[in-house]
Design a protein around this ligand. Sequence first.
Ligand code: SF4
Ligand code: SF4
Length: 157
Amino acid sequence: MSQALSDLCVQCGLCCNGSLFDFVAISESEASACQDMGLAVVEKAGRLGLRLRCGALQGATCTKYEVRPSGCRSFVCALGKQLVAGTVTAEAALAVVRDAQARVLALGAKLDPPRTTDVMTHVRVALASPLPPYDDAWMAEARATQRFLTETFHGWS
Ligand code: SF4
Ligand code: SF4
């Protein structure tokens, strides 16, 4: 991993804190290593993995960075790829991350009860609910934030 990306990731954490994904798949051998490290291993659609927000995350930093599973190791978000390719500067990439974090926190502040963690997990549940649990303005903001995260970090729309 490039130093520029490393520097960005330790200020971001969005791919580990549940904002982008709710699960990262791991192998059986990684599962026992994760359990030995005190991380809860879950099963989803027949696959072993870590639920995100990950228990190894402290702030925006992975406390198991040197021994993180291969799925974590190989993932680079779309913004990170642009940074590595030099099509976005470190300052611009950090500004995008800060914007994303602020959008997620703004949504979390309007949840009932308000949340500062696991915000997008609750947002995904709200958006999938057949009976919208929040008003139209909140649902529109939630959809816009999810679209922004998808386009910016997943790299598809
Ligand atoms: S979302 Fe991208 S920039 Fe943020 S921690 Fe993950 S790989 Fe790094
Ligand atoms: S093990 Fe580390 S890199 Fe992997 S999801 Fe958890 S915090 Fe992120």
